[in-house]
Design a protein around this ligand. Sequence first.
Ligand SMILES: NC(=O)c1ccc[n+]([C@@H]2O[C@H](COP(=O)([O-])OP(=O)(O)OC[C@H]3O[C@@H](n4cnc5c(N)ncnc54)[C@H](OP(=O)(O)O)[C@@H]3O)[C@@H](O)[C@H]2O)c1
Length: 175
Amino acid sequence: MTPRLGVIGAMTEDGLIGDYASNKFPWDVPDDLFHFMSRTIDSVVFMGRRTFESIGRPLHRRLNVVISRTMPLTPDVTVVPSFHSALSFWNRMEPELARDGWFIGGREIWEKLASQKTKWISRVSITMIDQSVVRPVDKPIHFDLRRFVKNKENWSVTTQKIRGGEIFEYNDIKF
Ligand SMILES: NC(=O)c1ccc[n+]([C@@H]2O[C@H](COP(=O)([O-])OP(=O)(O)OC[C@H]3O[C@@H](n4cnc5c(N)ncnc54)[C@H](OP(=O)(O)O)[C@@H]3O)[C@@H](O)[C@H]2O)c1
């Protein structure tokens, strides 16, 4: 099957995705972490430097690509200096090594993607986190992931309730 590019992330109804001060998720939703793992396993995961720092280590069984102009060489991580070079990296993978790719955040990376390359995205997974499980946040980071599925015809959506939220998965059925 042809590898696909997607976006995966979690947000509250009002678009909260993180806390700038702690650089952590302001919620604990293990079912969402399990969903994230099951979707991204064996894929290429593209992330911004701050998201990598927030995770604290390369994600196991995934090809970790960090977009950064400042990050030093790091074991088990491919560092690329620009958004464009991240896409080139994925496009130039040898066919036998080609894998699905996921843009896993954070806000800066999603902003850049939303501003230019959404036509490449053929699936989007959004977990809507219940407000009731969100901790108070000092410096909220917002990004509305629904921007990636606006004005898209021919997308199918499936939903799944989990403890602490609901997962919405959008797939381009024409892909
Ligand atoms: N809710 C979710 O699903 C979710 C998912 C992921 C992350 N998050 C949260 O989001 C927060 C991180 O998001 P963020 O927006 O602060 O940071 P980010 O997007 O993860 O990383 C920002 C960094 O990426 C690099 N970068 C961004 N655009 C670039 C470009 N065009 N070219 C080269 N490098 C570029 C820069 O690194 P350098 O300064 O090194 O150049 C920049 O400082 C964390 O709190 C995390 O917990 C939430």
